[in-house]
Design a protein around this ligand. Sequence first.
Ligand SMILES: Nc1ncnc2c1ncn2[C@@H]1O[C@H](COP(=O)(O)OP(=O)(O)OP(=O)(O)O)[C@@H](O)[C@H]1O
Length: 208
Amino acid sequence: MAEKLVELKQLSKRYDNKTVLNNVSFSVRQGTIHGFIGPNGAGKSTTLNISVRLVLPNSGEEYIDFKSVKNDPRFNERLGFIPAEPKFPSLSVENYLLDVGYLRDIPKQEVLRKLSGSPLSQFRYQNCHSLSTDPSFRQDLFNNLKNIRDKGGTILMSTHILSDLQKLADDITMIKKGRIVYTGAKTADIEKTYEDYFVEKDRKLFDL
Ligand SMILES: Nc1ncnc2c1ncn2[C@@H]1O[C@H](COP(=O)(O)OP(=O)(O)OP(=O)(O)O)[C@@H](O)[C@H]1O
């Protein structure tokens, strides 16, 4: 069993009087794809934003490699973060990567060299918004995630789509109304676990 690389411990977040995360705890093992799933408004983005410190929690801690990120200002040098909605939708993929490279002091030629050798190069002139909805990009993205995992990288992936996680994930965490309801291996009966928490079984279709 791989070591836990990222550990989120008892994260809570409130906006005004509304608690949106309630003691959220789970860990992500090194060299795995970890799926994070739950319905709209469950708290996935808030958790991921806290994990990269774009949002600060009211309480709780994050550890990377057993080190608290609060005490490690350089913790994000080993992280990449892809938000669900592109932050600069009208930029081309190439220009977006050049801008991000600039912020990280990566020379332009180095960015272009890496881009031309990557499967992303076929999308380089598309804008980020069209890319996020392109089905062939989606398949390429999934293949890339698997490659990254197979080379020892670690991925925490938030989604609403269980079938994507059934194909990709090693472990799964489920969140409902700001609380973790399941965290652990992607077992053979994971669909049933998901349905138990998220599908309203007694809703009557014709009960008008
Ligand atoms: N800045 C904010 N101010 C007030 N409420 C917020 C803020 N950000 C998020 N929320 C609320 O926190 C709750 C969790 O939102 P969050 O975006 O984390 O859920 P989510 O699971 O990512 O949803 P989705 O799948 O729709 O993106 C929601 O009720 C949302 O309205």
